[in-house]
Design a protein around this ligand. Structure first.
Ligand code: ADE
Ligand code: ZN
Length: 350
């Protein structure tokens, strides 16, 4: 099926990072507003070394930002470095509000009527924006679609103690539309288990739980996410396929995976769509949703991601079912499941 087949259809996306969906021209404007060498003036040495190791970032630092060259990396670490680099250019609450508005417009163009958007607030705090202002901006909700619910990324790289105190501060001024927490960042350096207390606290506060697991690490990370963090969904989770007992458990317990095939290929987890395990997971009965993760960084859209499922061996009816799962497994009071291709009374098309 072609991407155009899905464009007009109202869609839900459950795993998409706010900055990951930044329109490239919006990032270009920020890079002009804040000359990169100045924006990085107070960056810690470990970030400078990380950035110096990436050709695409070196070019941007030298003043050559060109989207086709910038959003290219040959590893998960290369992607994470690029992702972190862009956080240095969201430096005021106006930038942050502008980013939200630009991403909402992008969702509208794609007919994404419901999105659970992951936001790494600590990265903006690190650029000098007060947390309170960020949380206030997350509480604002325009009346028009898309309907957005927030998932705060506690960013595993800051460690469990800092993640817990960040969560405490967020809970003090809890944004109206906060649905869940997750952990993004370097799974291979910061596995899930040490975050047990943070996740227990979030659960106790009534938040839903997801975590990036089984992306950079194998099945043991997904087991820990389930048994120790007690998550409701798994971000990625695809490497669960390496353990048949885990696959059976995910299917039996109906734990949905937020599968992002193009992300996995662009970060080098798999070499091609043909190698991607989504089909095997599906056939074993694991509930699947499909998302873009960071559409700008992976040069993909949700319509194209759905279309790519054909190359993974899915039939048109199966793809429709996976698209509908975006509504079915939503964390927030789910909007009425739309009839394919039709607007619903609950959610108007953009
Ligand atoms: N932050 C943004 N995208 C991510 C991903 N795919 N994995 C981990 N952290 C991320
Ligand atoms: Zn992600």
């Amino acid at each position: 099926m072609a991407a155009t087949d899905f464009l007009a259809q109202p869609k839900a996306e459950l795993h998409v990072h706010l900055r990951g969906a930044i329109p490239p021209e919006f990032l270009g404007a920020l890079l002009r507003k804040y000359p990169p060498q100045e924006a990085l003036a107070n960056a810690p040495g470990r970030h400078r070394r990380l950035f110096a190791g990436q050709a695409n970032i070196r070019a941007a630092l030298a003043g050559h930002y060109e989207e086709n060259a910038f959003f290219r990396y040959d590893s998960f670490d290369g992607f994470l470095a690029t992702y972190l680099f862009t956080s240095y250019f969201v430096r005021s609450i106006e930038d942050f509000r502008g980013l939200i508005a630009a991403v909402r417009r992008q969702f509208c163009r794609e007919n994404i009527v419901y999105a659970e958007v992951t936001v790494s607030v600590i990265e903006y705090v690190n650029q000098g924006i007060p947390l309170e202002a960020l949380l206030e901006a997350l509480s604002e909700e325009p009346e028009t679609p898309p309907r957005v619910r927030w998932i705060v990324d506690l960013v595993r790289n800051i460690g469990p103690e800092a993640a817990e105190s960040l969560l405490d501060r967020i809970l003090e001024r809890r944004p109206r539309n906060l649905a869940a927490v997750t952990l993004g960042g370097a799974e291979h350096l910061f596995p899930p288990a040490p975050f047990e207390r943070v996740f227990a606290k979030a659960r106790g506060a009534g938040l839903r739980l997801t975590v990036h697991a089984g992306e950079a690490l194998g099945p043991e990370s997904v087991w820990d996410a389930l048994r120790i963090l007690k998550v409701d969904r798994i971000g990625h989770g695809v490497r669960a396929v390496e353990d048949p007992a885990l696959v059976a458990h995910l299917a039996a317990q109906r734990i949905p995976l937020e599968v992002c095939p193009t992300s996995n290929i662009r970060t080098g987890i798999y070499r091609s769509y043909g190698e991607h395990p989504a089909r095997r997971l599906f056939e074993a009965g694991v509930p699947l949703t499909v998302s873009t993760d960071d559409p700008t960084f992976f040069r993909v859209t949700l319509s194209r991601e759905l279309s790519a499922l054909t190359a993974l061996g899915f039939s048109p009816d199966e793809i429709e079912g996976i698209a509908a799962n975006g509504f079915r497994f939503a964390f927030a009071p789910p909007p009425a499941t739309p009839q394919c291709g039709k607007a619903t009374p609950a959610i108007r098309p953009c």
